[in-house]
Design a protein around this ligand. Sequence first.
Ligand code: PGA
Length: 244
Amino acid sequence: MKIKVTNSYSEMSSVAASKVAKIIEEKPNAVLGLPTGNTPLGMYHELIAMHQKANLSFEKVTTFNLDEYIGLERDHINSYNYFMFHNFFKHIDIDKANINIPNGNTEDPKEECAEYEKKIAKAGGIDLIILGIGVNGHIAFNEPSDHFPASTHIVTLDQSTVQANARFFMSVDEVPRFAITMGIGSIMHCRKIMLLANGEAKAQAVKEALQGPITPALPGSALQLHKDVTVILDTGAASRLTLT
Ligand code: PGA
C-alpha cells in the first residue's frame, strides 16, 4: 500500500486527478470506478480542467459508480446520478452509453444488483476504482457489519451515514434508508484502488482502515488485503497514522 500525505485538499485533489489522467493516457478505454461525496469534488474539478485545457479525453472511458440511493428519481437533485452529471459528466466528453450508475429507482433492486455485476464483468472489470471513506469506516455504502459483502447488494444505511448525508436534504427524514452499493468483493476485484480522504474528521477511520485489524466492523480495513492500493490524504486525515 502506498500512502501519500499532501499539504492540502487542493493538492490531494490534483495528485488524484493526475493519477487518473495517467491511467487514461496509458489506456484510453480504461474502466473507472467512481465515488460521490465531498471528497472527490476537487479531483473532478481538476479532471474537468485537464479536459478543457489539456485535451484529456474521456471519449472511450467507461465508468461504474460505487453506489446509489434506493427510492429517488434518477434526476432527483440528491441522487448520485444527478451528482455525477452535474459535477463531472456534463463537463467532459464521455460517451453517455459508457456511464453506469446503479438504478435505485427500479421495481427490482435485487435484479439491478445482479445486472450491475454482469455489466462490470462484461466491461472486462475495473482498472481503477476511486474511493472515499466514511467516518464509520465505510467504503462505497458497505457499512460496518459482521461480514464483508461480496458483490453489489442492497444495504440499509447506518444511522451515522443518514445523519452525515442529511446536510444535502431538507431534513433528515428525507434521506433514503436504503441504497445499492458495490460489495467489498466488487472493490477487491478492481485492478487498482485509490483511496482519498481529507480532514481530521476522517483521521480515526483512516487509521483503523490502514493500520488497524482487518475486520468487517471497519469495512475500509479490507483494503489492506489488496495488492495495488494508493492512499492520498491531506495532513488532517493522516494525523493519526504512524508513518515511518
Ligand atoms: P464524503 O463521503 O466524501 O462526503 O466525506 C465519503 C463517504 O462517506 O464515503
